[in-house]
Design a protein around this ligand. Structure first.
Ligand code: CU
Length: 151
């Protein structure tokens, strides 16, 4: 009994520390992905360099299928980190043209190697304005930030 209480207390504590972030993700993502008309998919590109995203502002529409190409044109690796944005979309997959694809209900960040790219297939689900940044030390401070709006 004490063991069970201990485990439950630890879970509550961990939940408090990490904020139980997983509860906020789009719960019917799989249904939204299935229901979308992917022949109407819009392709949008974002370039990463030292030290910027370009463009650094995006507007996506709820319910529309998108492919976001994240292209690292720089000489060092960069991140596409946007926790709140990832919680606001239904993710279909992330694809690499050379290495395969990953299907997962959600992501928090994508790392792109220099000279390479990743493609995020998704459907915006929740309206809002979301922060984008590169979480490699010093990059955001040097200007590697952006904004993603879902309307
Ligand atoms: Cu960076």
């Amino acid at each position: 009994m004490n063991l069970i209480r201990g485990v439950m207390a630890s879970m509550v504590m961990v939940c408090g520390l990490i904020g139980c972030a997983y509860v906020d993700y789009v719960k019917d993502a799989a249904q939204r992905v299935k229901a979308a008309d992917w022949s109407k998919m819009e392709t949008v590109s974002i370039n990463q360099t030292e030290f910027a995203f370009s463009p650094n502002e995006f507007v996506f529409r709820v319910g529309m299928p998108y492919k976001l190409e994240i292209i690292n044109k720089g000489t060092t690796k960069h991140y596409f980190t946007a926790e709140e944005f990832f919680k606001a979309i239904a993710t279909r997959k992330v694809q690499s043209n050379t290495d395969g694809e990953i299907k997962a209900p959600y992501f928090t960040a994508l790392e792109v190697f220099p000279g390479r790219s990743l493609e995020l297939y998704f459907i915006p689900a929740k309206k809002g304005s979301y922060n984008l940044r590169c979480t490699i030390e010093g990059h955001a401070e040097k200007g590697m930030v952006g904004r993603i709006v879902i309307e």
